[in-house]
Design a protein around this ligand. Structure first.
Ligand code: 13P
Length: 342
């Protein structure tokens, strides 16, 4: 393992003013997202959509990396340039989702465990050859009646650590993603408790698998009330609860935390990140950044709608959303800046 190179990549991914676009939706997920805005999911619409995002002029100013799906890393832009190369030309580091999805956990109703360790060493070598310099593995933890259980927390944390060790061996920075879901009517306090439990267990497992934390990134959920909760947490409350939870659980050796948006509204996700960076400016051991899928893509996907004549408009709104999150990296996002788009 070349730790220096891993550290360099990890730090570049959380460079000031930059964050990550997660464009790694699996076949099932992209179909669901496309369907919601009336786009048919075919190999060609998926390719054209991602080309639209990646060729947005100046997007490298706000994005450090893009996470790709297996199909996408093999696709080409209309001029024949491989999509990972299109990203490199924009100064963006290509990454790859390598888990095989969260599957129902045996004998544990309502819980999931992420699969994909079998054959992972070979897949990582192939992806690295195609230009990927970092990877992602997502574990999913649900809050509900009697869940999560210890067995679910431990199985997922163990898989994350096994994946991270294989990534480092292969020269890829592992993004470790233990996502506590926003679905349900749980309180922000319950989310705090489960997130802290999952993070502490994950870091214990990473330690046991000898993963070098300086060459990793964490992709957690924010600490927030459940979508169906009768009382909804405010922006400052989410910012403070999230950072306090991370301070208790995430070692200072980790260079950066790149949040998922998890079903928050796009502006809400920007506001939360901005509040954290504003309130805790200069007081945190790690960078606080973004690795959003929905919060960056919601509007551009809707506007594009599968039509070539909408590409320019969709790219404009995509660039705007990325720029707003870039501002949130330093706590300098404002409502006035938001209105610039119009
Ligand atoms: P969302 O930002 O839509 O939650 O997606 C991030 C992600 O990559 C989930 O794995």
């Amino acid at each position: 393992m070349n730790l220096q190179e891993l550290e360099k990549t990890a730090r570049a991914l959380v460079a000031p003013g930059k964050g990550i676009l997660a464009a790694d939706e699996s076949f099932g997920t992209i179909e669901k997202r496309f369907k919601a805005v009336g786009i048919e999911s075919t190999e060609e619409t998926r390719r054209a959509y991602r080309e639209m995002l990646f060729t947005t002029e100046g997007i490298g100013e706000y994005l450090s990396g893009v996470i790709l799906f297996d199909e996408t890393i093999r696709q080409k832009a209309s001029d024949g340039t491989p999509l990972p190369k299109v990203l490199e030309n924009q100064g963006i580091i290509p990454g790859i989702k390598v888990d095989k999805g969260a599957k129902d956990m045996a004998l544990s109703p309502g819980e999931k465990v992420t699969e994909g360790l079998d054959g992972l060493r070979d897949r990582l070598a192939e992806y690295r050859g195609m230009g990927a310099r970092f990877a992602k593995w997502r574990a999913v933890i649900a809050i509900g009646d009697g869940i999560p259980t210890r067995r679910c927390i431990e199985a997922n944390a163990h898989a994350l650590a096994r994946y991270a060790a294989l990534c480092q061996e292969a020269g890829l920075v592992p993004i470790v993603e233990p996502e506590v879901l926003i679905d349900g009517d749980h309180s922000i306090e319950q989310c705090f408790e489960v997130t802290e439990w999952m993070l502490k267990t994950t870091y214990q497992q990473l330690y046991e698998q000898r993963v070098e934390l300086t060459g990793t990134l964490l992709k957690p959920n924010m600490v927030i009330s459940g979508k169906e909760a009768p009382v909804q947490s405010g922006v400052e409350e989410v910012a403070r609860a999230t950072v306090e939870c991370l301070l208790r659980s995430v070692p200072a050796a980790v260079p950066g935390v790149v949040f998922l948006s998890g079903g928050q509204g796009d502006i809400q996700a920007t506001e939360h990140l901005n509040a954290m960076n504003r309130i805790y400016k200069g007081r945190l051991p790690w960078e606080l950044s973004f690795s959003y899928a929905r919060a960056l893509q919601q509007q551009p996907m809707e506007i594009w709608a599968g039509k070539p004549e909408n590409v320019e408009k969709a790219q404009k709104i995509f660039r705007h959303r990325a720029k707003m999150n870039s501002a949130a990296r330093s706590g300098s996002y404002t409502e006035e800046l938001e209105k610039e788009a119009a």
